[in-house]
Design a protein around this ligand. Structure first.
Ligand code: COA
Length: 259
């Protein structure tokens, strides 16, 4: 895989992708989107990979779209760019494996949206979040108006998007935007700890839970419960269900195979 703007490695069931444009605080451009897409395809198709960690470096998760590119854009360029952003965000969201955003420093604009597209967010106490697009005369376009609203509710989403102010990790945690808040020194270790826990869970059940949770946004409660019931029953056809319950009864740790 010829990756220009991200680092990517796999270790013991955990894949990690790190945006690597430190000179612009990991601002997202077309190359980053192409690289992320390649990585996501690899993660999706490698059965050894059980969980994906998305991270930046110590200074920035990602400071948003690369504004230098935007200056010369017309509507069609903007449409093409944001289409690619949304495809990538949707690909992160639809990945049938858990995704963990590990955030230090700035997670602004598209960086914040990328964190929102992940399943779980762990932030260092030096992290800053925000959707400051309004200050550039535009709106969040990489799913921010949709995903932030779903996560924090309409009133708070309007406040954060209209004012476009940067807020810190503690505030993000209080908003429920961040699942785990840790010190900057502990971020790597705690990320690995959660990723390891996730990597030991039954992959089929995790994927099913993820699909059902996403479905809950789009269908009425009766349809959602119907799907839940069917999926619940379906999992009783898996080896992992037998292993999970047998291991419980035998008083040992289950070892899941994703079948
Ligand atoms: N796009 C392009 N370049 C960016 C960038 C972005 N989104 N964010 C930061 N950079 C670049 C800066 O231009 C600067 O480059 P330079 O050294 O060539 O001048 C470098 O990254 C460091 O950023 P700087 O602004 O000097 O750091 P800072 O610590 O003073 O401020 C931020 C950090 C994140 C507050 C500030 O860079 C910022 O507001 N960035 C834009 C955030 C944004 O609006 N994102 C949404 C875009 S839609």
């Amino acid at each position: 895989m010829d990756l220009k703007t991200v680092l990517y490695w796999k270790d013991d069931g955990i894949a990690t992708v790190q945006i690597n444009r430190p000179e612009v605080l990991n601002a997202i451009n077309e190359d980053v989107l192409i690289d992320l897409s390649l990585v996501l395809d690899d993660v999706a198709s490698d059965p050894q990979v059980k969980v994906l960690v998305v991270q930046g470096d110590g200074n920035a998760f990602a400071a948003g779209a690369d504004i230098k590119n935007f200056v010369s854009y017309g509507p069609q360029d903007a449409h093409n760019y944001i289409y690619q952003v949304q495809v990538t965000m949707n690909k992160i969201m639809a990945l049938g494996k858990p995704t963990l955003a590990s955030i230090a420093g700035y997670a602004l604009g598209g960086g914040c949206e990328m964190a929102l597209a992940c399943d779980i967010r762990i932030a260092a106490d030096n992290a800053f979040f925000g959707l400051p697009e309004i200050n550039l005369g535009i709106v969040p376009g990489g799913s921010g108006t949709q995903r932030l609203t779903r996560m924090v509710g309409e009133g708070k989403a309007k406040e954060l998007i209209f004012l476009g102010e940067v807020f810190n990790a503690q505030q993000a945690f209080q908003l429920g935007l961040v699942n785990f808040l840790v010190s900057a020194e502990e971020l790597k270790e705690q990320t690995l700890k959660i990723a390891k826990k996730l990597s030991k869970k039954p992959p089929l059940a995790i994927r099913t839970a993820k699909e059902l949770i996403h479905l809950s946004y789009d269908v009425d409660i009766y349809t959602g419960l119907m799907m839940e019931k069917e999926k619940f029953a379906f999992l009783f056809s898996s080896d992992d269900q037998k292993e999970g319950m047998t291991a419980f009864l035998e008083g040992r740790k289950a070892v899941f195979k994703g079948k």
